[in-house]
Design a protein around this ligand. Structure first.
Ligand code: DMJ
Length: 670
């Protein structure tokens, strides 16, 4: 500072040092150099005045401190260097190697900035990852090996011997790992993987099955055998009466067509893989190879065909490593793209996959919010696998648009969005049920899929859950069950769709990934409610919609059912959430509840000649009024989640490696 001051035209007052610059530009040091020389001389004089003993002590201390310094540098310096370069790498991969420009810029905060934003979400308290109660085998890679097994042999198993004892060492290893806190979220470093380059490496695309093949098969238990038996029974009906068609009509021993694309068969492919049904899988594969043709003049619903067909093909490709499924996925994926050609880029609901044209439903130019925001996992994965960014770009654009759109109520979204204006319509109605449900699910799941780097998704998710707490949560009477109602123009309705029962599972998944412990508490309360939606009903099966009693009335249960709502479509949401709850808590009551539900499906919906059917009346055990339809999600989701719920093998679709799409098709976490 003194030098700059001396160089200025009118130097300020200088009290101690005078410096001038010589014409050659060298420092003509008057006071400064003289005083330095003077200090050097006076130090030397003082050193000389010391006794020999004093000098030896000082030299010894100096040598000792030098040695200590060198030792501590080698032990502390290396990890520090590693940590620093890791965080630099993280920054680099986020901004450079993505390959595709993300709509939501991916920002993985560097560890040293961990606390920077704490306070913005005070409700997010760091939570330790729950300890896993199950036996864990060698760390596995991405895929599972086909567990081909003969289910008949498994009935002889001694179920009591099946993995129950917790593995302490492994638990400790888990909790010891350091965490990165971001806005209060605790994120395991090994989960916070770098975002993928847009095209997955060739080796990753094909070899995941081989990498798993070292694993020894885990024996299955009696309940899983019962699921396999149920699946085989359902499959028999489909095979005998509906082979290659969309849905089985088990009573009339025929089929119904929706898109004419073998919907049940495709939805069930990865379930067969997971259940180890080799013969059935091979037969279905042959049908896909020889008969599945997308070049058809047919209108399909973008959302339904994405989650069931594209999702089913992608997950089967990942589990089996068979490129046939990837080729088919690419084919259907590209045929769905015309849906995004709208003035607002919010996709139309329907696409003609043969003609390449798309349109909204006949009566409106609106699309459903859940539909346009629940196709992202699948299209993003398709981009990753093909290296073609157009799929991800299209769906990311939708999320980016919805992120900034006005009309939300504390993060809760309306149910419709206009494809011309891009604005929400029918404002003022908020639900976690039909038409909005999977918007919330996919916020969290995209965040997980992308390696927990896309902050806007997490922000929208956290805000929405706060919105749920603020506007939609109530307690019923007499059991004080916590439920999620609806809000219509400021009026609360105690109505809850069975569809909402995806929420406990999603909340638990968020908590497992480091979000607030409150979310887990809410998940526990809500799954109890979802179970009661079955347990309080005469058949032990939930209706499509329930109304909760807000006031205690003699002789009334918590759950009331309106005549128009008492059907059951074999839906998966409660079983899905039971699966997550069991995985994350190890509490066997969740398995027991699922077991009750399976038995009631068998009692009231099983058709003796093959297949299961939706029913019209869950309140009439003597005549539940079969509807004569087996939805594809019964095989795609309900039975798959049942099988996983009864499993103690956390590597059977490891939730730190896979994220399920909304149709229960597991896709890899990048
Ligand atoms: C499935 O197609 C999906 O789970 C979707 O998200 C909601 N509806 C059905 C199952 O109930």
């Amino acid at each position: 500072a003194a030098m700059y001051a001396a160089a200025s035209p009118s130097p300020p007052r200088r009290d101690f040092i005078s410096v001038t610059l010589s014409p050659e530009g060298t420092v003509g040091a008057v006071g400064y150099n003289n005083s330095k020389a003077w200090r050097r001389r006076s130090c030397w004089r003082k050193w000389k005045q010391l006794s020999r003993l004093q000098r030896s002590i000082i030299l010894f201390l100096f040598a000792f401190l030098t040695v200590c310094g060198v030792i501590s540098y080698t032990s502390v310096g290396e990890p520090w260097k590693g940590w620093t370069s890791k965080s630099l790498d993280e920054h680099r991969t986020v901004s450079d190697t993505r390959g595709l420009k993300l709509a939501n810029p991916a920002v993985l905060p560097a560890p040293q900035k961990a606390d920077a934003n704490i306070g913005e979400y005070p409700e997010l308290s760091p939570q330790k990852k729950p300890k896993l109660p199950h036996v864990r085998r060698n760390p596995s890679n991405l895929q599972i090996k086909p567990p081909w097994r003969d289910a008949r042999l498994q009935t002889q198993l001694d179920v009591s011997k099946i993995a129950e004892e917790p593995v302490q060492a492994d638990k400790e290893e888990k909790t010891e790992k350091s965490v990165i806190s971001w806005r209060g979220a605790v994120i395991e470093p090994d989960q916070s993987t770098e975002p993928p380059s847009i095209k997955v490496k060739e080796s990753e695309k094909t070899s995941s099955v081989d990498r798993e093949s070292q694993k020894e098969p885990v024996p299955i238990n009696e309940r899983q055998v019962a699921v396999i038996e149920a699946f085989r029974h359902a499959w028999k009906g489909y095979k005998d009466f509906a082979w290659g068609h969309d849905e089985l009509k088990p009573l009339s021993k025929s089929y119904s067509e929706w898109f004419g694309l073998g919907l049940t068969l495709i939805d069930a492919l990865d379930t067969m893989w997971i259940l180890g049904l080799k013969e059935e899988f091979e037969e279905a594969r042959k049908w896909v190879a020889n008969n599945l043709v997308f070049d058809k003049n047919v209108d399909v619903n973008l959302f339904e065909s994405t989650i069931r067909i594209l999702g089913g093909l992608l997950s089967t490709y990942h589990l089996s490593g068979d490129s046939l499924f990837l080729e088919k996925a690419k084919d259907i994926g590209s045929r769905l793209m015309p849906a995004f050609k709208t003035p607002s880029k919010i996709p139309y609901s329907d696409v003609n996959i043969g003609r390449g044209t798309a349109h909204p439903p006949r009566w409106t130019s609106d699309s459903t919010v859940a539909e346009v925001t629940s196709i992202q996992l699948e299209f993003r994965e398709l981009s990753r696998l093909t290296g073609d960014e157009k799929y991800q770009k299209a769906v990311d654009e939708v999320m980016k648009h919805v992120h900034t759109l006005p009309g939300k109520n504390d993060g809760l979204v309306p149910m419709f969005i206009n494809t011309n204006s891009g604005q929400f319509t029918h404002l003022g109605v908020y639900t976690l049920g039909a038409r909005a449900d999977s918007y919330y699910e996919y916020l969290l799941k995209q965040w997980i899929q992308g390696g927990k780097t896309e902050n806007e998704l997490l922000e929208d998710y956290m805000r929405a859950i706060e919105g749920v707490k603020k506007h939609l949560l109530q307690r019923s009477q007499p059991k004080k069950l916590t439920f999620v109602g609806e809000l219509a123009h400021g009026h609360f309705s105690a109505k809850m769709d069975h569809l909402v029962c995806f929420l406990p599972g999603t909340l638990a998944l968020g908590a497992h990934n480091g979000l607030s412990a409150d979310h887990m508490k809410l998940a526990e309360a809500l799954i109890e409610t979802c179970y009661q939606m079955y347990a309080q009903v005469e058949t032990g099966l939930s209706p499509e919609i329930v109304h909760f009693n807000l006031h205690a009335q003699k002789g009334h249960k918590d759950v009331e059912i309106k005549p128009a709502d008492r059907h059951n479509l074999l839906r998966p949401e409660t079983v899905e959430s039971l699966f997550y709850m069991y995985r994350f808590t190890g509490d066997k009551k969740y398995q027991d509840w699922g077991w009750e539900i399976l038995q009631n499906f068998n009692k009231y919906t099983r058709v003796p000649t093959g297949g299961y059917t939706s029913i019209n009346n869950v309140q009439n055990p003597s005549n539940p009024e079969p509807r004569d339809k087996m939805e594809s999600f019964f095989l795609g989701e309900t039975l798959k989640y049942m099988f996983l719920l009864f499993s103690d093998d956390i590597d059977l679709i490891n939730l730190d490696k896979y994220v399920f799409n909304t149709e229960a098709h597991p896709l890899p976490i990048w």
